[in-house]
Write a protein that binds this ligand. Structure first.
Ligand SMILES: Cc1cc2nc3c(=O)[nH]c(=O)nc-3n(C[C@H](O)[C@H](O)[C@H](O)COP(=O)(O)OP(=O)(O)OC[C@H]3O[C@@H](n4cnc5c(N)ncnc54)[C@H](O)[C@@H]3O)c2cc1C
Length: 338
């Protein structure tokens, strides 16, 4: 399907891309966002929807999923589309405009803002073949709704932030929690590790260090227990469980973006202070771009999105100034009659 041409197309519906879409509307530019995932929000939706964020300006704390909902609402006021389930695989350039190509659709655009975060990403899967058939049937590598695990016997596999965060947050919800990790070194926030280890000491969490998944035992469609194996002694331990949550990080794939003639450094797009990528009409913002002093934060992504969009709008319509003016004094929001 060929879509209508837009002034600005934003690749990536993470916080940066969603704020960029709002900004396009505010500048009177037609726009669209394209994302490979089935929901917008990028890492916030895919990796930590139930976590509080404390460093977004104006919010003492806000759940990641609530921030995404606010960004969607803010962007939606201009009626420009967010195209989900569209994995961009190629970029074409024809007669002064670009076309982003996905497996099914073509998105023509006069300019581009690449806000592709860490690339199209997916959770790292358990390496044991025995786990594969149980994905979606008891093995879940994303926690979208903690209530789903109420009264369940949960095994969490991993030693990083996600594993420890969920071990902490499912306490009191799940019937039991067992944390399984291949070593005794954890890559999680020290205070969360301390909290979980205290719950191990008090008996409310079980911890299996130097263990890995060995086997899964089922009655037909549901499993009821797993066998864990000690990495050194090879001793086996059987643990009752209804759900396995592998929290092994994620693999990301920049894919096609590396072939678009952009300046790359460690798989990040090098931009200047105007968010220019070195290819005319293509800008970048958020986690995917880099420059000296870069901070990979939601806050910086917002600022970069504003810069990138204002530059893109000026590039498409040179008579429009780069400086947007103040939203508090704009006709588009009913604040002025011009
Ligand atoms: C556990 C965790 C906690 C965090 N906590 C905080 C915090 O407290 N405060 C803070 O400021 N930051 C935090 N961060 C970092 C923050 O989430 C990122 O800085 C932010 O998500 C970057 O936003 P983004 O829009 O640039 O990229 P992303 O959120 O990564 O979104 C990029 C989007 O682009 C899409 N995409 C990529 N390639 C393609 C393609 N080829 N085709 C189609 N779509 C594509 C992806 O599917 C994704 O949806 C945290 C990160 C993690 C992992």
């Amino acid at each position: 399907m060929e879509h209508e041409i837009k002034d600005v197309t934003i690749l990536g519906a993470g916080p940066t891309g969603l704020f960029g879409l709002f900004y396009c509307g505010m500048r009177g530019a037609s726009a669209q966002v394209i994302d490979a995932l089935s929901q917008s929000g990028g890492q916030l939706t895919a990796l930590y929807p139930e976590k509080y964020i404390f460093d977004v300006a104006g919010f003492s704390k806000i759940l990641a999923k609530d921030l995404v909902r606010s960004l969607e609402t803010q962007a939606a006021q201009f009626g420009e589309p967010v195209h989900l389930n569209q994995h961009v695989t190629a970029l074409e350039e024809h007669d002064g405009h670009f076309v982003l190509v996905t497996e099914t659709d073509r998105f023509p655009t006069r300019s581009l803002v690449l806000a592709a975060g860490i690339g199209a990403f997916s959770p790292r899967r358990l390496p044991q073949a025995v786990a594969e058939p149980w994905y979606g049937k008891g093995i879940q590598d994303r926690v979208l709704d903690p209530e789903q695990y109420r009264g369940k016997r949960v095994i969490i596999i991993g030693g990083g932030d996600s594993a420890f965060d969920w071990a902490q947050q499912l306490r009191g919800i799940a019937e039991s929690i067992s944390l399984v990790h291949r070593s005794d070194r954890f890559r999680a926030h020290a205070s969360t590790v301390a909290d979980v280890l205290a719950s191990v000491d008090s008996g409310s969490t079980r911890l299996f260090t130097f263990h890995e998944l060995h086997d899964i035992h089922s009655d037909g469609d549901y499993f009821h227990s797993v066998t864990l194996r000690h990495m050194k002694s090879k001793e086996l331990a059987q643990v009752q469980c209804d759900v396995i949550l592998p929290m092994l990080g994620f693999v990301s794939d920049l894919g096609a973006l590396t072939e678009w003639g952009l300046r790359l450094e460690n798989d990040e797009i090098v931009v200047d202070s105007q968010m220019e990528t070195g290819r005319a009409g293509i800008y970048s913002a958020g986690d995917i771009c880099t420059y000296p002093g870069k901070l990979k934060l939601i806050a910086t992504g917002f600022a970069e999105a504003a810069t990138a969009v204002n530059q893109a709008v000026h590039w498409v319509y040179p008579d429009k100034k780069v400086a947007p003016g103040h939203s508090s004094n704009m006709a588009v929001f009913g604040q002025k009659d011009d």
